[in-house]
Design a protein around this ligand. Structure first.
Ligand SMILES: Cc1ncc(COP(=O)(O)O)c(C=O)c1O
Length: 368
């Protein structure tokens, strides 16, 4: 566990505040990957205007949101399950499908293994190859499919930001048939990828009933505290997942906000442009000027390796005292104790981050 990642995740401002003696609201938070534009105005307005909705129960069938989602995606409603964040959707898949063995590709989002263990599955893994953007060797990935009942892959993967190509996704989808294995593709960050590179199996699920896609709405629309996500899968799978869902787990405000989020295409485009420009800017300065290793991620975050004289923990502590919070990746199986992840934020914020990184670079090695 890192010095700030007590719960295994970024964005823990309370722990960071205790650790660095800085009020939680004062951090520039690069440790969680949330849209720097904040909530869309329409979403903020509906939330403020709809507080009275919480005196009633939310619709346990999520009907209005599910219908809007179906129209927006062009996918029939029975293929969709709204959930309390993509995290709940993953839990429901494990509960509904009861895999004995779950396979993961390290390094990856820690909840894949965490949830699997929580619900009684054993976890096996293969390691991505550093020289290949931490994608796995094809043969090892096949072995994982062969040995596991369910395999998680992230595309783009967290914390590397690397995307699987269409032919790689298709290959995995074919293996689900051949090896009788479920495949969950976690597309939580796919919204941030350039539109023409948003590779997904969404339109091929009829052909691949063992493939489940997980989507998050908390990152693109900056509502991680409200919680909203969904799964796309064959109706039989959706039914199995739905049977395990606690009634009303998706709250009324999330359902209302979700409908408006689906209409925010201009905001999504603006976000993608900002993220693409700022990701290039951060990569250029941190990679070229500071000389750090930067992986070519395609999402709204970047995986970095600090210079040899600085561990992720030291870097996090030094930046933390400067009120900048980053994510140590030292605890990700498959990464090293010098790996960190930063979010991609606005130019003004990125300049503050870079100024802090330059100071740390200049300070060189030494005590925490
Ligand atoms: C790769 C990945 N998938 C899913 C999630 C969870 O998303 P949500 O907030 O929708 O539960 C996260 C959260 O950090 C994540 O990093």
């Amino acid at each position: 566990m890192g010095i700030v990642e007590t719960f295994g995740h970024g964005g823990d401002l309370l722990t960071a505040a205790q650790r660095f003696g800085v009020p939680p609201g004062d951090f520039l938070d690069y440790s969680a990957n949330i849209n720097p534009l904040g909530m869309p105005v329409s979403v903020k307005e509906i939330l403020l205007a709809s507080l009275s909705a919480v005196v009633r129960y939310p619709d346990p069938g999520h009907r209005s949101f599910r219908k809007a989602l179906s129209l927006s995606l062009g996918i029939a409603e029975e293929w969709l399950l709204p959930a309390n964040g993509a995290a709940e959707a993953m839990a429901l898949a494990i509960l509904g499908l009861q895999p004995q063995t779950v396979g993961v590709v390290y390094p990856c989002f820690s909840e894949y293994a965490q949830l699997s263990k929580q619900f009684g599955s054993s976890v096996i893994g293969c390691y991505g190859q550093e020289e290949n953007g931490y994608k796995p060797d094809r043969g090892e990935l096949y072995t994982l499919f062969d040995q596991a009942d369910l395999v998680f892959v992230g595309s783009p993967n967290n914390p590397t930001g690397i995307l699987y190509q269409p032919e790689e996704l298709l290959q995995m989808a074919r293996w689900t048939d051949e090896t009788d294995t479920w495949l969950i593709v976690d597309e939580a960050f796919l919204d941030f990828v350039e539109e023409k590179r948003q590779f997904t199996l969404a339109s091929q699920l009829e052909q691949f009933p063992r493939v489940i896609l997980m989507r998050s709405m908390t990152k693109m629309y900056a509502i991680p505290g409200l919680r909203l996500g969904y799964a796309i899968a064959h109706p039989d799978v959706i039914r199995r997942m739905s049977q395990k869902q606690v009634s009303w787990s998706v709250n009324s405000l999330a359902l209302l906000a979700g409908e408006l989020c689906l209409q925010e295409t201009e905001y999504e485009n603006r976000t993608r442009t900002l993220v693409a420009n700022e990701r290039a800017y951060l990569s250029e300065i941190i990679g070229q000027e500071l000389g750090w290793k930067v992986w070519p991620g395609e999402a709204n975050f970047l995986l970095l390796r600090s210079p040899e004289n600085l561990t992720a923990e030291q870097l996090q502590a030094r930046l933390g005292r400067k009120r900048v919070l980053i994510r140590s990746c030292a605890m990700y199986p498959g990464l090293t104790d010098r790996d960190v992840r930063i979010a991609v934020r606005s130019r003004e914020e990125n300049e503050r981050l870079i100024a802090a990184l330059r100071e740390v670079n200049a300070e060189g090695s030494g005590q925490l």
